[in-house]
Design a protein around this ligand. Sequence first.
Ligand code: SAM
Length: 270
Amino acid sequence: MTLDQLPPLRESLEQHGLLAKKAFGQHFLLDLNITRKIARLAGPLEGRTVIEVGPGPGGLTRALLEAGARVVAVEKDPRFVPLLEELAEASGGALTIVQADALKVDEAQLAGGDGLVVANLPYNVGTPLLIKWLTGPWRPTSMSLMFQKEVADRIAAPVGADAYGRLGVISQAICRCRVVMDLPAKAFTPPPKVASAVVRLDPLETPPSAEVITALEKVTAAAFGQRRKMLRSSLKQLGGAALCETAAIDPDARAETIDVAGFLRLAEAL
Ligand code: SAM
């Protein structure tokens, strides 16, 4: 069987007697037009190695394979392995299935140096996975990730926006972040309670050093942990007004008014 001879996704699920489990954050995309659009938004994939977290029934996996990618699909739920093995066979060796918790895998070993990530992430582990890829030893060349809309908005929020906070500052200090696609809850089976969106993250040419990122994590945790307070008070443990002055930041300002460059100066000063 080849990729284009595979049965529709709904049929594959039925054949294998698979129903979504809440504990695994399973909300499936069964419309290949949507998964193909996500694959297109991830850029040219011919010959590239893609890590996909949570392939589930494999709708996005099929689209990535059709686009010519080599896919390493990391799925925690063992029930999906037999279905995914059929897809691997149809892919003629382009798909590798890894049954594991994506939080624990070593992506460098799975994908080598220049892999990218494309995934419809399980909601419960989406943010920890993003932080792992932003700050960990393995850095993807780009990420196209489906999150709850509210999380997607936080990642891409500009300074001053309601959604602006720690996740946005850390993400934008390392990557260019854009919401590239919105999807209503009804696009998923079963539908979740909230809408979703795909964020595309492309690493900046000169990202901050690991040391500065560690300092940035500390500064943003303190500043946004008490976001209504002035920085001289919320950053007291880290140097307060003196730290702000070294970074050319007004100590009477509040976290939500400091842009990413300002937070990077605070991290460097620390
Ligand atoms: N990609 C599929 C789609 O778009 O139809 C499924 C997406 S569903 C939102 C999330 C998938 O992630 C599920 O298949 C779930 O079993 C899997 N998953 C949940 N937690 C995981 C983890 N820690 N590591 C790897 N996969 C996980």
